[in-house]
Design a protein around this ligand. Structure first.
Ligand code: ADP
Ligand code: MG
Length: 229
């Protein structure tokens, strides 16, 4: 029952989330105001305080931009795309960042068209969020595997597996709760935004993870099937 309640809480509207965003932004704003006031009173520029202020501004920016993806008016344009190419584009986009962090990407896609109906940019956002988490989970670097399979005629699975730190079992259920983050500078919005986008594509997202071994995120998306007649 508790689990059911928690799940339904996850499905609250974007509007209700706005309260959370406001709260998250108020903290860095308070810091900014405090430091600005200090500088004004002392009449001196404090470079260390300035660095903190810049970091707080970056944080506000990140929260707002992640949230905007959700809050955008629902002018979603669904198009039929091959999900191998949508994911492939994102992998190329993040390739140099991956290289820099010693993450090695491996694609293992089935060799047949993988047509889905999607809002391409939203879906790319999901892949970006998941891949960034994978890279961030491997401070020493490691492999990231991208598998696309077709377990049945009507669906595709897209699986992204890393060899990172993994997630403690007891916190897995909290992943995807708004603002839940285990990272110093995380926003805790990436998975939640991704889950919502996948839901709106009539798909599902599943997280499996083993502490110290790695994490696997599996997306199931309906295959596009041409209607005859
Ligand atoms: P953020 O990345 O800003 O923390 P996310 O919503 O993207 O927010 O992720 C929430 C939390 O889920 C992360 O802080 C991390 O603890 C956990 N997590 C997500 N993906 C992974 C992963 N691939 N490996 C380990 N932990 C992960
Ligand atoms: Mg993230």
């Amino acid at each position: 029952m508790e689990e059911l309640l928690r799940r339904s809480e996850k499905l609250t509207t974007v509007g209700q989330l706005a309260a959370g965003v406001a709260h998250e932004i108020r903290n860095p704003l308070t810091t900014l105001r405090g430091f600005l006031q200090l500088q004004q009173e002392s009449g001196k520029l404090n470079l260390r305080h300035n660095d903190i202020m810049l970091a707080e501004l970056d944080r506000i920016n990140l929260i707002v931009s992640e949230f905007l993806i959700l809050a955008k008016p629902q002018a979603a344009r669904y198009e039929v795309k091959d999900v191998r190419f949508v994911l492939g584009d994102v992998i190329s986009l993040l390739d140099s960042e991956g290289h820099l962090k010693n993450a090695i990407f491996h694609t293992r896609f089935i060799h047949e068209p993988c047509l889905i109906s999607c809002e391409e940019n939203q879906l790319k956002q999901v892949f970006i969020n998941i891949i960034k988490n994978a890279i961030e989970a491997m401070p020493q670097g490691g492999n990231v595997y991208f598998d696309i399979e077709r377990p049945s005629a009507d669906s595709f699975t897209i699986c992204i597996t890393d060899e990172g730190v993994g997630i403690p079992e007891d916190i897995i259920p909290r992943i995807g709760d708004p603002f839940f983050t285990a990272k110093e500078t995380g926003t805790g919005l990436g998975i939640m935004v991704s889950q919502r986008i996948i839901q709106s594509h009539k798909g599902t997202m599943h997280i499996s993870s083993k502490l110290g071994e790695g994490t696997s995120i599996t997306l199931v998306l309906p295959a596009f099937v041409e209607k005859i007649g």
